[in-house]
Design a protein around this ligand. Structure first.
Ligand SMILES: [Zn+2]
Length: 272
């Protein structure tokens, strides 16, 4: 059946009435052919140019496979040049891209609802280890939470290992980062921090254009934007590495990697 499509192209030229009845994802619209073909360079312009056959539903209305509620804003823009309300910007942007409404797309891309996620995803893809690190933090936090099931908060001590750091290159590959003698400043843990090993070793990363601190700030902000209640404190640098030598674990010098306490608050119900 589909074999004849290309041959039938000229035969399938379609004549459209001046007033068009549309069925967009089940929602019905009436508009004019002029409105739909105002800009012949758009997909809607092409669809109703007569060069392509448009599918019709059982009542003869031209069918467009899109979300009807979103299409209402597209139609409003075609009719009056009106922009969607703030809450609908994301959906309408998706449809505007689909229908090739370049002017509308460009206008919407200047709005924070589109621009901020775009910049953020650029940041995330540039530092693509951020997603991996967030996953590791969450997995470690969940594991630690199982050991203290009544605590609504968990602190993950992580060491950010950066290959741009010269001391790291020498020491870190063979050791587990730790620190000792750091004064207790947090009210969360009253236990001793002495000689505590990092719960999580991040990397090795190659952070050449941003500092470890900016990297950690970026991932904390990303976690907050995903709905987590999370904060971070810098707690110094790795000054005590534990190395495996044969069957023994021995204490050695630190690698200087930056240590952070990531504090995650679970939204736990108080009653169990
Ligand atoms: Zn270390």
């Amino acid at each position: 059946m589909s074999a004849g499509v290309s041959l039938d192209d000229s035969a399938s030229q379609q004549q459209f009435p001046d007033v068009i009845e549309l069925n967009v994802g089940g929602r019905l619209f009436q508009t004019t052919l002029m409105t739909l073909t105002k800009d012949p360079n758009t997909m809607l312009g092409a669809m109703f140019s007569g060069k392509h056959r448009q599918p019709q539903d059982k009542d003869g209305q031209y069918f467009i496979d899109d979300d009807g509620d979103t299409f209402a804003y597209i139609l409003r823009y075609l009719r009056h040049g009106q922009f969607p309300p703030t809450s609908k910007v994301e959906e309408v942007h998706g449809s505007a891209v689909y229908f090739g409404l370049q002017d509308l797309v460009e206008e919407l891309e200047l709005l924070p609802q589109i621009l901020i996620p775009k910049v953020r995803s650029g940041f995330l893809s540039h530092y693509n280890s951020i997603n991996t690190t967030i996953k590791q933090i969450l997995e470690t936090a969940v594991k630690l939470s199982y050991t203290q099931p009544l605590s609504p908060r968990v602190a993950v001590i992580m060491c950010v290992r950066n290959t741009a750091n010269a001391v790291y290159k020498e020491r870190a590959p063979s050791h587990h980062c730790a620190f000792s003698g750091w004064p207790e400043t947090s009210s969360v843990h009253s236990g001793k921090w002495d000689k505590r090993k990092a719960d999580l070793l991040v990397g090795p990363l190659s952070l050449t254009s941003i500092s470890e601190k900016l990297y950690v700030d970026g991932l904390v902000k990303e976690m907050v934007s995903r709905g987590y209640t999370v904060g971070r404190e810098g707690i110094g640098n790795c000054n005590t590495g534990f190395e495996t030598q044969g069957a023994k674990t021995v204490k050695g010098a630190g690698c200087g990697g930056e240590l952070y306490r990531i504090l995650l608050t679970w939204q736990l119900a108080l009653s169990i």
